[in-house]
Design a protein around this ligand. Structure first.
Ligand code: PLP
Length: 456
């Protein structure tokens, strides 16, 4: 595809002109804040003008690296890819340790049929792909905080999986308090246990509202003068560069295991669009990808945008794939930035689908019957969208990201397959633990009052 090459070539030109001293430098997409180093961007989360941070320079990977990717270890790939984004903020030996601890589990590519593969991203400690971002970010903040006597408060809204991953990643990290907001009754039992039972420096606030409410409350907290005078706040949502960027590694690990001549089409179950946006930045820096698919549930702001050219955020709708119930995906502005706001260029690289709950459940059923493979609802959305796309592109093959373990969504998966899912040993201990949460209404004032007055 000619246009893809153009985009990649532009990145290459930029990089040739880029001296090393702009590696790891970030600007705000609202263009009204000072530039920041990786450390500053990770500590702040969001720029002071409320924009998302974006790298000034998108690295260009060498041909040698891409062609010989099979001869590199996971850790070597991780350091090669992340180093230019981290710049001088972290010494290489520390980065190596952080990457080593971040990717210490498997990312297997499993073949389902002649054309479709599943990249399983649920082998981390909390059984969803968010472990990589959360583990990387927590270790970076731990390092940045190493000589500081003041405490940092990580404030995070979750639609399900982020909470557990962030709780697990930050548990016991010195100098960091974590406050997780989750929508009451809208996360699965295992998800709830993962984020409400760790204790120590982790607190769960159960919000009587939706994920959008939680996200809005968190966003407002970052701009509230009283709160920011009292606390050093940061975000662990995918708007944080330290959580967003390491997600690129999945796409390199997928390519490392890809056995076909032609690059894969990659279908990404998408909610806040952090994961797919990471995949696209990997592509721009030289990773071969044939096409991207944003696989959405009924929350179809982006599929609509690609059709109509109009971006209309709306309240989120609750679905079976709850981690993607997002009505105003934060990271989409980053994708637009990568493509210079040019919709036509973006559409050559990205197709989006909206998949209903009925189809999601039928897909779980069908794939189980045909291939003896158990999808979770998010992976099912990804599989379905990929399969649809391949119908019109018969000579292509693809990968969908299986973003969570099916045991996190037992009700629908067991209904669709008629089989009980064995609980993996790594989460069995949760079953005997007591949920500990503090219920608050879906109002910023309630959050502020709790944060201003907490005594623990
Ligand atoms: C968070 C999540 C998604 C959506 O990822 P984004 O980066 O927000 O687009 C998809 N699937 C699962 C299982 C998730 O936890």
């Amino acid at each position: 595809m000619k246009l893809d090459l153009n985009i990649q070539a532009r990145a290459a030109n930029k990089s040739n002109a880029a001296p090393a001293n702009i590696e790891g430098i970030y600007y705000s997409l609202n263009h009204n804040a000072p530039k920041a180093t990786f450390a500053e961007a990770a500590i702040k989360g969001q720029a002071p003008d409320k924009g998302l941070y974006f790298p000034k320079y998108i690295p260009k990977l060498s041909k040698e690296f891409i062609e010989n990717i099979r001869s590199y270890s996971k850790e070597e790939i991780g350091v090669t890819v992340m180093k230019p984004y981290v710049g001088n903020s972290i010494p290489v030996n520390i980065l190596e340790r952080i990457i080593g601890e971040t990717v210490n589990f498997d990312f297997p590519l499993v073949q389902l049929n002649e054309d479709i593969y599943s990249l399983e991203l649920f082998h981390g400690p909390t059984l969803a792909f968010k472990d990589v971002g959360a583990r990387f970010m927590s270790r970076c903040l731990g390092y940045f905080n190493r000589n500081s006597s003041s405490r940092t408060t990580v404030l995070v809204a979750t639609s399900g999986d982020t909470g557990g991953a962030v709780a697990n990643g930050f548990l016991g990290v010195e100098g960091v308090d974590v406050v997780i907001l989750y929508p009451s009754g809208k996360v699965s039992p295992i998800q709830e246990l993962q984020l409400t039972t760790p204790g120590q420096n982790i607190k769960a606030l159960e919000v009587k509202g939706t994920f959008d409410d939680c996200q809005a409350m968190v966003k407002r907290a970052f701009t509230d003068v009283d709160l920011n005078n009292k606390l050093s706040l940061t975000s662990a949502n995918s708007i944080n560069v330290a959580r967003w960027l390491p997600q690129q590694l999945y796409y390199f690990y997928a390519y490392q295991q890809w056995q076909h001549e032609q690059p894969p089409v990659i279908s990404v179950p998408s909610g806040n669009f952090g994961n797919i946006c990471a995949g696209m930045i990997a592509f721009i820096s030289g990773l071969p990808v044939k096409h991207f698919i944003a696989a959405c549930n009924a929350n179809d702001v982006v599929p609509d945008f690609l059709q109509t050219g109009e971006y209309v955020p709306r309240p989120s709708i609750a679905t079976l794939s709850n981690a993607m119930d997002v009505g105003n995906p934060s990271n989409f502005v980053r994708i637009l930035e990568m493509f210079g706001q040019r919709l036509l260029e973006l559409k050559r690289v990205l197709t989006a689908y909206s998949v209903s709950d009925t189809i999601t459940e039928n897909t779980i059923k069908e794939v189980f019957a045909k291939y003896d493979y158990t999808l979770d609802p998010h992976g099912a959305v990804g599989y379905y969208a990929l399969n649809e796309y391949l119908h019109g592109h018969a000579d292509e093959k693809g990968i969908f990201l299986e973003t969570a373990h099916p045991v996190k969504f037992p009700e629908v998966v067991e209904r669709a397959t008629g089989k009980t899912i064995p609980v993996p040993a790594s989460v069995q201990h949760l079953q005997n633990r007591q949920k500990q949460s503090i219920t608050i209404p879906a109002s910023f004032d309630a959050l502020k009052e709790w944060l201003m007055n907490r005594q623990d």
